[in-house]
Design a protein around this ligand. Structure first.
Ligand code: ZN
Ligand code: ZN
Length: 120
C-alpha cells in the first residue's frame, strides 16, 4: 500500500507509458516552478496524453490565445495529425483556411515535438 502524503506526486503512477509519465512530471514542474508556457508543452496535464493524441479535444480550443481558433471567423479550427508522416494541419472549420497566427505555429511545433517524443 502506498502512502498518500503527496497525492500529486502519484498522479501519473498508473500510466502504462512510462516515458509519457516522465515527461508529464517534468513539464508539470517546469510549468509550475520555471515559467514554462503551458502551450509549449508536449504532454497534456488534463488528458494525461501526448499533446498530439488529445489536441482534437474541444478543450484544446482556446479562443483567447488563438489556439485552434480562427480569429477572422471566430470559430474553432480542426486539427489533423498524421502519425506516419508527422504532418500536423490546423484548419478553420468555417473558412477552411489555416489560421496564420503565432498560436497556430506554436501548436504545430508542439504536436511535432510530441510525435517525435512518443515514437522515440
Ligand atoms: Zn489534452
Ligand atoms: Zn476561419
Amino acid at each position: 500500500m502506498t502512502t498518500m502524503r503527496n497525492p500529486t506526486a502519484d498522479r501519473y503512477a498508473t500510466l502504462p507509458d512510462r516515458a509519457l509519465a516522465a515527461v508529464l512530471r517534468a513539464e508539470d514542474t517546469a510549468e509550475e516552478h520555471h515559467g514554462l508556457d503551458p502551450f509549449e508543452r508536449i504532454s497534456c496535464r488534463l488528458h494525461r496524453r501526448w499533446i498530439h493524441q488529445c489536441v482534437h479535444s474541444p478543450t484544446h480550443v482556446v479562443a483567447i490565445t488563438g489556439h485552434r481558433w480562427c480569429r477572422d471567423c471566430e470559430c474553432p479550427a480542426s486539427i489533423s495529425v498524421d502519425e506516419l508522416l508527422g504532418d500536423v494541419v490546423i484548419r478553420c472549420t468555417g473558412c477552411l483556411r489555416v489560421p496564420t497566427t503565432a498560436a497556430t505555429r506554436q501548436l504545430v511545433r508542439a504536436c511535432r515535438a510530441s510525435l517525435a517524443a512518443a515514437t522515440a
